[in-house]
Design a protein around this ligand. Structure first.
Ligand code: NAD
Length: 466
């Protein structure tokens, strides 16, 4: 068998999380500035998987983004031979560590969340069929509570027994990702706090050792929780807390617009109280792969995995409320256009779910696009980072079009390019278009400056003309 000086780490799943994690692990250095790990990123042989593998092997991060560190450190890792990507599952054979970063969707049946674990189970089964007895498996995928003990461990046990390996030797840990795609994408992995746990002390210790080599734990210490169920719950409560708080502000957003106040001004006043610092600002809803599904995992898993018949009214209500928020932007724009979108030319600026990323999964813009189209509007879309909008199947303009043909322009994402845009200059003499700012891209001072130049600008969460 080939001898590896560096520890071999396989990262399963080269999506938004796995690709970035693979780059971070392959750039972890020991005190002599030597790479700790040889990293192999593994994805499926599907067209998407192969595209991601090819992009990474050619030194290109597979997703549009605004963090130059990703491509820089990817190229460095390829040059140092500390990273490669592959679709060959036999790479798991001699891995000392496997990090699971595949996706796990949360479908709804008759408005109720229902676990769908087949793809995830298959991926764990693949690992179990190849790894050796000494390998540590770390689950980073966001999973329903109970998954490590009720799903992952039994699958690994069964595989080990079939292969004549000792199931008592299985090392399994859980450490969820807090990666934040955007300008600080790379740093949000290595310079950020992490939570971890293991199915036993040996697993937890091995996970701690691994994370300490990748993450700047001197500045961002790790938090150990006493069971995998606790750390799985920690991820879900963390994201549900954010979702519920965003949803809560949705009703105040509608209120502020109706009664004619500026909710940003109100919230800034409240934030002076140290206890209320993290109160959320108005917007047009949430999007992306995490907040739109994570609050549904615990309601479903408590019934299906943990056999507890508990209700989660806040979590469910938050998701329902937020799914309506993009329609609030549509209603506001329709009103500003005099009651109809029929034959109106609309420009949507920003189709990703979040600023400075190219991820379009569950973006609020999707619902806005579909509703305006249904109501007879003609739509163009711009996004500085997205070339093709997969969910809607259209090409996206990367250069801001001339504004003169549009009746209405909705800014749905606070991308850097929009924040820096001088609306008066861009609109030039064509100031008839109604502009709706969905995420306070422009503050009160800027708003007044543009309005004084004749720009018809309104903002979500702020009464007309304020
Ligand atoms: N995107 C984020 O910002 C973010 C942040 C924190 C946590 N998370 C969580 O991390 C996990 C991954 O999210 P993502 O956004 O990277 O998902 P993604 O859909 O972008 O990537 C998942 C990848 O896994 C691959 N995959 C699926 N099954 C596989 C298998 N059997 N073998 C090898 N590869 C396989 C897919 O082909 C895909 O490339 C999710 O649980 C998500 O909730 C995401």
């Amino acid at each position: 068998m080939k001898k590896y000086n560096k520890q071999k780490v396989c990262i399963q799943g080269l999506g938004f999380v796995g690709s970035a994690m693979a780059i971070a692990v392959s750039n972890a250095l020991d005190h002599q500035e030597k790479n700790y790990f040889e990293v192999v990123g593994i994805d499926l042989k599907s067209p998407i998987g192969i595209n991601r593998i090819n992009a990474l092997n050619s030194g290109m991060f597979p997703f549009g983004n605004t963090d130059p560190k990703l491509n820089k450190f990817l190229k460095k890792a390829i040059k140092n031979k500390s990273f490669r990507a592959s679709a060959d599952n036999s790479e798991f054979k001699n891995a000392q560590i496997v990090v699971v970063d595949i996706h796990l969707d949360m479908p709804f049946k008759n408005d109720e969340p229902k676990l769908e674990l087949d793809g995830f189970k298959k991926a764990i089964n693949t690992i179990g069929n190849f790894i050796n007895e000494k390998c540590l498996v770390i689950i980073e995928t966001t999973v329903p509570p109970g998954t490590c003990s009720e799903i992952v461990l039994p699958i690994l046990r069964e595989c080990f027994i079939k292969r004549g390996l000792d199931p008592k030797k299985i090392k399994l840990a859980h450490s969820y990702e807090r990666v934040m795609p955007g300008e600080k994408y790379y740093d949000s992995i290595i310079n950020f706090w992490r939570v971890y746990s293991g199915i036993n002390e040996e697993s937890a210790l091995a996970c701690e050792k691994f994370l300490s080599k990748v993450i700047n734990t001197k500045k961002y210490p790790l938090t150990k929780l006493s069971s995998t169920l606790a750390s799985e719950t920690s991820k879900l409560l963390e994201n549900t807390y954010r979702t519920v708080n965003i949803a809560f502000i949705a009703e105040w957003t509608r209120y502020a617009e109706k009664v004619g106040i500026d909710l940003f001004e109100v919230i800034q006043a409240i934030q002076i109280r140290p206890t209320h610092k993290n109160i959320r600002y108005p917007g047009i809803g949430i999007g992306g792969y995490c907040l739109t599904k994570d609050p549904a995992f615990t309601p479903a898993a408590s019934k299906e995995l943990l056999k507890e018949n508990l209700d989660f009214p806040f979590s469910k209500l938050a998701l329902r409320e937020l799914s309506k928020m993009p329609l609030h932007a549509v209603n506001r724009m329709r009103e500003l256009l005099g009651g109809s979108f029929n034959n109106k030319n609309i420009l949507i600026c920003g189709v990703s779910y979040r600023e400075n990323v190219a991820d379009t999964r569950y973006s609020p813009a999707e619902l806005i696009f579909k509703e305006i189209k249904k109501e007879g509007g003609n739509i163009d879309c711009h996004d500085p980072l997205v070339n093709y909008w997969d969910e809607v199947k259209i090409r996206i303009k990367n250069t801001l079009p001339r504004p003169n043909t549009y009746d209405g322009i909705i800014f749905t994402v606070p991308h850097k390019q929009y924040k820096e845009l001088d609306l008066s200059k861009w609109l030039s003499k064509h100031r008839n278009a109604v502009i709706l700012d969905g995420f306070m891209i422009w503050d009160k001072k800027k708003r007044n400056e543009f309005r004084n130049n004749g720009v018809k600008l309104q903002s979500v969460g702020v009464g007309n003309g304020l």
